[in-house]
Design a binder for this molecule. Sequence first.
Ligand code: HEM
Length: 430
Amino acid sequence: MEKNTNIIDKSSDIGKKISRRDILKTAGVGGVGVILGASGLGGLLSITESKATTKEAHEIVPFYGKQQSGITTKTQNHVYFVSLDVTTSKKEDLVQLFKDWTKASALLSEGKAVGDLSSNEFLPPKDTGEAAGLSASNLTVTFGVGPSLFVKDSQDRFGLKHKQPSELVDLPKFPLDALEDEWTGGDLCIQACADDLQVAFHAVRNLIRIARGKAILRWAQTGFQRTKQADSKNETPRNLFGFKDGSINPDVNDEKEMNKQVWVQPGDGPDWLVNGSYLVVRRIQMFIEVWDRSTLKEQENTFGRYRDSGAPFGKKNEFDPLDLKHKNDKGEYSLPVNSHTRLSHGDGSQQILRRAYSYSDGMDLKTGSFDAGLLFLCFQRSPSKQFIPIQNRLAKMDKLNEYTSHKGSAIFACLPGTKPGGFIGETLFN
Ligand code: HEM
């Protein structure tokens, strides 16, 4: 296929007008597009081309906008999440990095390469190449800054200390936290989500490559949900305990609700973060072998929901409201007081936008069991009023704690979006 593409690039005017990806897509149908192009049947080729382009247009999430994508935009099948440490001590390097990242991410989000694929055979190619021929797959790239970008080892590293929001501080230690350094913290983060893992990986790989000499990987975690091919009805995905996970979330289509729960508003803190959001990440290991030995009743009591339907106790359907008041004959709440649903809901006043993915990282070498769990990602306007009080309740008495362990944790301020010509981070650095 690679060879055919070169033939078109060099021999056909039509081939020069369309992108390499369109050609690969067309040629993918048994090379038919290649033959048509080379024989000058441009009309037919453009029909094929426009079909491919239309299909691809549905798989593009715009990168530019008031807010960054990857927060309230539709959750994709895969995540590739990375936390980074900044290695440069110069603010101008940091600014250049965000400028370069912005340009590259805008291209990647359109399914394009970050530079010519093969411009000079005596130099390493500008793009690593593994996404050539692949669609944009709804790729979103979301950038955040951690507390340690502002102050590290008591040093005001980049003269940004006065801009650090009071909400952007390390999370408190919660009861039962078993955090490991290798999964904790970070100066910067990149959340790349796509319906194809190779596309998400390609994005992160090229962004890390661009960061050479300025920032390095601190930790990385992939995650998945069922694919759209496997679930054409697009139901709520199930987590690795077999329960529907993500049923109750604030409505991302309700702008007022998003302004209340997710987007930082004027007056909340420093102006540079208005239209940004706080991201809390927790890498939570799930002891699936232990879970698999527990009874269905025990499993359902743990969540306070029925496994099959996802409905809360006492209700029929997944999205039915919780009945927090109903008591059984013994005078106990039907929705157990230590169930995850009851505790995470609380009195309903704290909400977070959950965008979690399952992970499966082979074997836990210390125990010989699966290293699998949940990459819990949640967005909010104020961690001190949202994630922290919820997690305080859960850490104290959630029945789920018998089956899980929080191994990683980080907090980031996800920057506001930008327009073409601008760059992510401009409000913070300018
Ligand atoms: C491995 C860890 C976890 C698992 C397996 C898990 C799973 C679930 C499940 C199955 C539900 C019920 C269905 C739904 O509404 O999505 C749920 C609800 C929820 N979880 Fe978790 N969860 C985990 C960790 C957390 C953490 C760390 C938090 C936040 C501190 C959290 C916050 C919530 C909230 C806010 C709800 C919705 C409550 C409501 O009904 O209003 N979860 N979770």
